[in-house]
Design a protein around this ligand. Structure first.
Ligand code: GLP
Length: 242
């Protein structure tokens, strides 16, 4: 694993953007795996800024998002569909039909099967990942099988609490209790993985990842088995790395 410890969130996001843009420029029809959450926000800002300044084209790029909350319609203010539209898709020339986020509506089994089939037919060149403070990737909570594919995932109390700040009035009851997420196998199938973690809240999981013991109690630790991973942290999240 290549480890980059950047001074702060801004510097880290700039370096992350360079990695993403290298793929987009080298392979204009690349397939990307995208993430939501606060972690990639500044990265997406950098990508939008690059599009404004340099018109790097995304017109043949395909994207597949990691996850979505069960029960939220695409236009719900906290849905990951809306997050992606607001923070990236509407600011670049990616085609609507080339972007994919699992549906929060419909029969979950059916949604998972269809999404999974698409993932199998469209291997990701680069997967972008954040890390939950309990070690989850996508919404693959602790205990998830490493060979899991797209599935319905009930959310742990700690994840609901972590994500409540994104909902109106910090309302814990408004946070959906389940998600549809790419499985860990789907994530590991990507050719390259860029994983980011920022802030003191992520110190412990970053240390678990670096320590190298692979355990599904911390799903992120599986990345130690992937041949092409770059981890970017800021000084706060990397404080326990020797
Ligand atoms: C969310 C998302 C993950 C994200 C993680 C961290 O629950 N499903 O994809 O990486 O939690 O969130 P944040 O970036 O806000 O710390």
């Amino acid at each position: 694993m290549k480890i980059i410890i950047a001074k702060n969130y801004e510097e880290a996001s700039k370096q992350a953007a360079e990695i993403v843009l290298e793929v987009v420029k080298k392979k204009p029809d690349a397939t990307l795996g995208l993430a939501t959450g606060t972690t990639p926000l500044k990265l997406y800002e950098e990508l939008c800024e690059d599009y404004q300044k340099n018109q790097t084209s995304w017109k043949d790029i395909k994207s597949y998002n990691l996850d979505e909350y069960v029960g939220l319609a695409p236009d719900h203010p906290q849905s990951y569909h809306k997050f992606m539209n607001d923070h990236l898709f509407s600011h670049i020339d990616i085609k609507d039909e080339n972007t994919h986020v699992p549906s929060g509506l419909g029969d979950p089994e059916d949604v998972c099967d269809k999404y999974n089939k698409m993932l199998e037919e469209n291997p990701r060149d680069l997967q972008i990942l954040g890390i939950g403070s309990n070690g989850h990737i996508g919404f693959n909570e602790p205990g998830t099988d490493f060979d899991s594919v797209t599935h319905l995932m009930p959310l742990k109390e700690s994840t609901i609490l972590d994500n409540a700040h994104l909902f109106f009035n910090d309302d814990i009851d408004a946070v959906p209790k389940a998600s549809i997420t790419m499985g860990i196998k789907n994530i590991m199938d990507a050719k390259e993985i860029l994983v980011m973690a920022f802030g003191t809240r992520k110190q412990k999981v970053v240390k678990k990842l670096i320590d190298g013991e692979i355990t599904n109690e911390y799903p992120v630790t599986i990345l130690n088995k992937h041949p092409n991973v770059t981890l970017i942290v800021d000084e706060e999240a990397g404080a326990l790395i020797k």
